[in-house]
Each structure stands twice: as C-alpha cells, then as structure tokens.
Design a protein around this ligand. Structure first.
Ligand code: NAD
Ligand code: MG
Length: 395
C-alpha cells in the first residue's frame, strides 16, 4: 500500500491522478489533497478519498473551507497556506507525492517532497525549469526518486535503457532525444491572422484536455520550450542532444534515437492517465482506464520541424536553456504574467512572446546559486513583465 499526497488535486492532473487511484484502492491510500480555490470540488474529493489532511493554499479561503467541510461532513483536518503545502508533501507517513500545482507556486512544495526523499511524480515542470541544478542536486542528496509525469518525459523515460546513467549518452549509445509536440491549434493558421487569435481559440487544444495555463502555453509552444528545459534537467542532456519534432496526432509522445539507427518511441492515446499510472506503479504496470490505441483508427501519422517565426516562444526557451538558470527562471515568470494578461484580455496572443523577450532583454544576467535567489529572480521578472505590459498596453 502506497501513501500518496496529491498537490494540486483539483486541477486537470490532480483529478486524473485521483481517477487512477480510485481504480486501485488496494494499492494506494491518499494522505493529503491540496487545492487553491475550488473548495467544493476539493471537499468532494475529500469525501471520496478520506485523506488525513485537506490543504487550501490560499489562506484567505480558510474559514470558507472549514465551513464547507463541516457542511459536507468531511472528516479530514483542514489546513491552509504555504507551510502546510510543504508539510503534507514531506510528512514521514507519505511515500509518493504527485506534484501537480501549476506554475512557480509549485516550486517550494515540490522541493519539500524532493528534500524529504519521496517518490516524486513530477507534473509541475515549472519547478524544474526554475531550479534545475538545485532540484536535481537535492534529489541526489535525499535519494528521492523522480518519475516524470509530463507525457513526453514519461515517454523518454520509458524509451531509455533501464541502466541509463544520468547524462551519459555515449555509454548507452544514444544519439538524440526527440521531443514531440502537436504544434497546438495554430500549426497551420496563416501567420498574418495571428493578431486576431481569440482567447477561446487559444484555449482549445486539438488533442489534450488540460488546465488553462498549459493550454495557452501549448498554443504558443512555450510548453514545448519549458519541456525542452525540463528534459535537459531530467535526463542530464545538453541543448544539442534534443530535437523538437512536431507530430500533430499526439500518438507518439516522444522518442529516443540510438547511434545504430534505431528509434524507440512510446505511443498511446493522448490521455494523461497513462503517464500518471506509469509513475504511480513504476516499475510495475497498472490499468489506467485508458482505451488501447487502435491503429486502424489512426488516419494520419505525420511529422514536421517547428518554425520559430510561428513559435517565437519556443526559440526563447531554447535560447534561455543555453544561457542558464537565471534566464529560464525569468522566462518562466514573465510567461506566467503574460499568459495571465492574455487570459484577462489585456494583451494579444502575439504579445506573449514580445513581453517574454522584452523582460529577458531588460534584465542583466546574474548567477543564481540558491533557491532564495531563484525566488528573487522570479519576483523581479514578474515585476518587470508587469511594468512592460503597463507601459505598452496601459493596463
Ligand atoms: P490546472 O490549472 O488544471 O490545476 C492546477 C492546480 O494547482 C489546481 O489544483 C490549483 O488549485 C492549484 N494551484 C493553482 N495556483 C496555486 C497556488 N498559487 N498555490 C497552490 N496551488 C495552486 O493545471 P494542470 O493542467 O493540472 O497542470 C498542473 C501542472 O502539470 C502544470 O505544471 C502543468 O504544466 C503540468 N502538466 C499538465 C498536463 C495536463 O495534461 N494538464 C500535462 C503535462 C504537465
Ligand atoms: Mg507535455
């Protein structure tokens, strides 16, 4: 029996995780669930999974959360705030932590799980994008096991040899990691119409159903850029070791190319319950509730190279990856601010990349060697991005 904390339980990954867990009550027990705002959903989950703790990240919602818990007859103890998130991620009773908070907000709770030596099921890519070297070092020191949940990274993990040594491509005969992405909803849209892209159009992904922020990131391909950085850290790869390949059908979730010409791909229907189940059960396999891939029903299977004119955010992320930790932290922060403003209708779709670029250009590079410095750079970049948006768009 594995005891699991689900950080970000009310989100898309969180709900999918609880769905997989509900299929195997004899294998998994839920210790804690956390959420930021959807209190009724969070308490419904608490009723169904009977965790010891329910954590509400936003402290101002604590009283409301307690009232709803009481009304609904939730037995779990209700906690709130940042420290509580870290506590339920690192509690001694916990074996595995699903890190599924979105954005930089996930950094400290995820790191708490890493430092406590847990099995960390990593969906929160932004945490690794921000703190890469320190994150991996903390995992090495504590003995934490990192299991990638991002479908591409989970696919790469499955395609690597079992005895793969971190960063040692040569000994395993690896030529390249091929990171696939669908290209999002605007893969074939005329570039001169990008200015007219609406929030609804950008919020509709052709193949995956996900949270709002990652859906916009998929449309700009910033998501693939963040994943590029994530893959470098997870597998000890350099920027030249990874190629991004557009594969619109999202059947192949990524590949590893070997020096003898072999390419090993992981395939399946685009359903996040597959990598979640893989992470939960690894090295075993469990039913994820995902229907088997029907090749007869796959009409097309195509590939293309991404064009940076269409996806400037992808280029920004690859460049930041080459530059280092300070740049990746700032880019991630600027992007979170820009996406938020896009979703509020304050800026246009094309402005997201412009704000990201301008933020990076406006700040001199510094070296970051601690989590405190990373958190500082994250805050400075947010302030700068907001300033740029206010200056340019008067909002
Ligand atoms: P989501 O928006 O659906 O859910 C986010 C969760 O984080 C919610 O539970 C929310 O309450 C919580 N949260 C939000 N702000 C918070 C804060 N300030 N403090 C604490 N908790 C907060 O997002 P999602 O799509 O489930 O994505 C979660 C993470 O997984 C992201 O990092 C995303 O990049 C990654 N991921 C998602 C998918 C997917 O299919 N959805 C795939 C791969 C990776
Ligand atoms: Mg992904």
């Amino acid at each position: 029996m594995q005891t699991v904390t689900v950080l970000g339980a009310t989100g898309s990954i969180g709900c999918n995780t609880l769905d997989v867990i509900s299929r195997h009550p004899e294998k998994y027990r839920v210790f804690a669930i956390t959420g930021n705002s959807q209190l009724t959903l969070l308490m419904e989950q608490a009723l169904k999974f009977a965790p010891r703790y329910v954590v509400v990240a936003d402290e101002s919602l604590y009283q409301d959360a307690c009232d709803i818990a009481k009304q609904m007859g939730v037995a779990a103890e209700v906690l709130c705030g940042q420290q509580a998130l870290e506590d339920v991620a690192s509690a001694p009773e916990v074996d595995s932590v699903m890190a599924a908070i979105v954005g930089a907000a996930g950094l400290l709770p995820t790191l708490a799980a890493v430092k406590a030596g847990k099995r960390v099921l990593l969906a929160n890519k932004e945490a690794l994008v921000m703190s890469g070297a320190l994150f991996i070092e903390a995992a090495n020191q504590s003995g934490a096991t990192l299991l990638p949940i991002d479908s591409e990274h989970n696919a790469i993990f499955q395609c690597l040899p079992h005895d793969y040594q971190y960063g040692d491509f040569a000994s395993s005969g690896i030529h390249k990691i091929l990171l696939t992405g669908s290209g999002g909803p605007f893969r074939s849209r005329a570039l001169d119409t990008f200015k007219a892209i609406t929030i609804d159009e950008a919020s509709t992904h052709p193949n995956w159903s996900m949270g709002r922020k990652i859906t916009i990131d998929s449309a700009t391909m910033m998501n693939k850029g963040l994943e590029f950085i994530e893959a470098c850290w997870l597998f000890g790869a350099g920027a030249d070791d990874i190629d991004v390949v557009i594969h619109p059908q999202s059947i192949i979730h990524s590949m590893v190319q070997y020096v003898d010409g072999s390419v090993i791909a992981q395939m399946g229907n685009p359903d996040m319950r597959t990598p979640i189940a893989h992470g939960l059960a690894y090295p075993e396999r469990i039913d994820a509730g995902v229907s088997p891939l029907d090749f007869a029903a796959v009409s097309d299977f195509t590939f293309q190279t991404p064009c940076f004119e269409r996806y400037p955010n992808l280029k920004l992320a690859i460049d930041a990856c080459r530059e280092g930790q300070c740049a990746t932290t700032r880019l991630n922060a600027a992007n979170e601010v820009a996406v938020e403003h896009f979703l509020l209708g304050n800026i246009q779709f094309c402005d997201i990349a412009d704000v990201n670029d301008a933020t990076l250009n406006a700040m001199a590079s510094v070296s970051v060697n601690s989590i405190q410095q990373i958190v500082e750079q994250d805050a400075l970049a947010r302030t700068k991005a907001n300033e740029i948006i206010r200056g340019k768009f008067q909002c």
